[in-house]
Design a protein around this ligand. Sequence first.
Ligand code: NAG
Ligand code: NAG
Ligand code: NAG
Length: 281
Amino acid sequence: MKTSTIVLLGASLLTSNVLGKLSYTANMTHHGIEVPVEFTPLPALRSGPEKPPHIKRQSISNTANWAGAIQEAPSSGLFHTISANWQVPSISTPSGQTLGTTAYWLYEWVGIDSSCDVILQAGTGAYLDSQSGQVPLVWWEWFPDGPQQVNMPRTYPKYDRAPYSDKLSVNLGDTFFVNLTATSSTTAICFIENVSQGYAITITVSGGPTLCQTNAEWVVENPGTLDTPEFNTVFFTNCLATTTTGAEQGITGATLIYMDSEDGEVSKGLDISNSELQVSY
Ligand SMILES: *[C@@H]1O[C@H](CO)[C@@H](O)[C@H](O)[C@H]1NC(C)=O
Ligand SMILES: *[C@@H]1O[C@H](CO)[C@@H](O)[C@H](O)[C@H]1NC(C)=O
Ligand SMILES: *[C@H]1O[C@H](CO)[C@@H](O)[C@H](O)[C@H]1NC(C)=O
C-alpha cells in the first residue's frame, strides 16, 4: 500500500518560477510483509543546521552541533549513494543540568551534501524531556524542507505495544541500516531498515531542492536548542559512499568533525577504519 503522498503542484508549476515541490511515496515492510506507514513533521528546532565550515578548513573542524565525518569531494563523478549501520544511542541530561519540559535532542544520520546548503539525510534520533522521558524515533529530511518522522499508524494494532514510541517501534540499541541514493540532483530513494526488528522503509522522493552531490557525511547532530545531551558512543559501521562513476569512498580521507557544546563538552568523530567511524561524547 502506498501512503503518505504529498501531492505535486499541478501544471501551474510550468508557468511559475517555482522550481518544484518535494513529493514522495513510501512503503514499509515488516519481515517482508507490507504494513502501513505515515509521516509526522518534526519540529524545526533551529532555523537550519549550522553549516559545517567547508572553506579552507583543517582536517579536523569544530562545529556547534555536528560530530562525525564528511567526505568533501567525490574521488570521481558525483556522490550517488551513502550508507551505514549503527545502533540508536541512549541519551541523558548533561551533567549539572536538570531535566525540564524543553527537550534535549540527538540525531544520528547519513547525508549527501551540506556545502551547497541542501542536504538529503535520514537516520534515527531521540528526544528527552521531563514529560515524555526518552523517545527514540526514525526520520528523513531533504533540507531545507523540514524533517519527517516515520510512523506506523496507531490503527495498526500489532505495534501499539511499542515500549518507547506510541507509533513506530524504535528501541534504544536497535541496529539500523540507512542507504540514501541520489537518483538525480532532485530525486532520491531513502531506505531505512531496522535490522533488529525486521522492518524496512523505502521513500521515493522527487522535486527535492537541487543537490550538488559533492559531500557525503556520517553525523551525530544536536538539532535542538539546549546543550548536547550525553550519549552512548555511536559506532557507524559499513560506512560507504559511492559515486556516479562507481568509485567507493569510506571514512578514510574524510574531514573529521568535533562538536563543541555550549557547556564546554566536546564530541569527537574518530576514524577507526575506512568503514568504521566512532563518535563519542
Ligand atoms: C517499495 O518501494 C520500492 C521503491 O519504489 C520498491 O522497490 C519496492 O518494491 C516497494 N515495496 C513494496 C512492498 O511495494
Ligand atoms: C543502496 O541503494 C542503491 C539503490 O537502491 C543500491 O544500488 C545500492 O546497492 C545500495 N547500497 C547498499 C550498500 O546496500
Ligand atoms: C528493530 O527490530 C528489532 C527486532 O524486532 C527490535 O527488537 C528493535 O527494537 C528494533 N530497533 C529499532 C531501532 O527499531
